[in-house]
Design a protein around this ligand. Structure first.
Ligand code: PGA
Length: 256
């Protein structure tokens, strides 16, 4: 049984004050919901304050949006795993398509980051997904397999089990164009099959795979009801505390 995991990827949004206002509403409306794991992923500048506000919650955990693979030193502008641990960060989003396309992150770089995260006992949320051109060219499986094999190279079964995979078709991110539940389920089933090849079936059965790309309150339940969809990585809709609570509750209602 895989517990669903719903994450709010705020991207480059939310000042500390805005984050606090979000939490005032979100935590109140969430109440004592505990059927799903929830991760709030603010920008670095709001991590300390959000972490402080979440310190009493057993359901809602703190995540970061990126991390350096180097441990420390002359890397101006970078943030290390130890710095994140210091702020009680538990999860870190790695290999998001915006990092891959806008900041040149390759599978080899993402792999170094995923391994550095595990070394520091941070749980990576590893993003994979195809572009529209790749989907139109019937290359979805090839692209996913390459990204998974590259990003998960040289990792133990235990590390793979503790990695959350986020399937995010690039054409669905921030576009309002969500994958159909059938398209998403097919990609998730393929990802699980690929994990079974990279590790083994027991590992594949345990790995949680989130869907991301225009998840909203009105489509969350159908997506989260698919057999291989174990959660959601939510961008735009996670900036509105009420919309995000609805998505979390949609996940919990399936679990119940
Ligand atoms: P979106 O973003 O929900 O705004 O499409 C998802 C993501 O990039 O994680």
């Amino acid at each position: 049984m895989r517990k669903k995991i719903i994450a709010a990827n705020w991207k480059m949004n939310m000042t500390v004050g805005e984050a606090e206002a979000f939490l005032d509403t979100f935590l109140l409306e969430l109440g004592d919901e505990s059927g799903v794991d929830v991760v709030i992923v603010p920008p670095f500048t709001a991590l300390a304050k959000v972490g402080e506000r979440l310190s009493n919650s057993s359901t809602v955990k703190l995540g970061a949006q990126n991390m350096a693979f180097e441990k420390s030193g002359a890397f101006t502008g970078e943030i290390s795993a130890a710095m994140l641990r210091d702020l009680y960060v538990r999860y870190v989003v790695l290999g998001h398509s915006e990092r891959r396309t806008l900041f040149g992150e390759t599978d080899a770089i993402v792999n170094k980051k995923v391994r550095a995260a595990h070394e520091a006992s941070l749980k990576p949320i590893l993003c994979v997904g195809e572009t529209l051109a790749e989907r139109d060219a019937d290359r979805v499986e090839e692209v996913l397999e390459t990204q998974l094999r590259g990003s998960l190279a040289d990792m133990s079964s235990k590390e793979i089990v503790e990695t959350v995979i986020a399937y995010e078709p690039v054409w669905a991110i921030g576009t309002g164009r969500v994958a159909t539940p059938e398209q998403a389920q097919a990609a998730h089933a393929f990802i699980r099959k690929t994990i079974a090849m990279i590790a083994d079936q027991a590992v594949a059965d345990k790995v949680r795979i989130q869907y991301g790309g225009s998840v909203k309150p009105d489509n969350a339940k159908t997506l989260l009801g698919q057999p291989d969809i174990d959660g959601a990585l939510v961008g735009g809709a996670s900036l509105d505390p009420r919309a995000f609570v609805e998505i979390v509750k949609a996940g919990a209602s399936i679990e119940a």
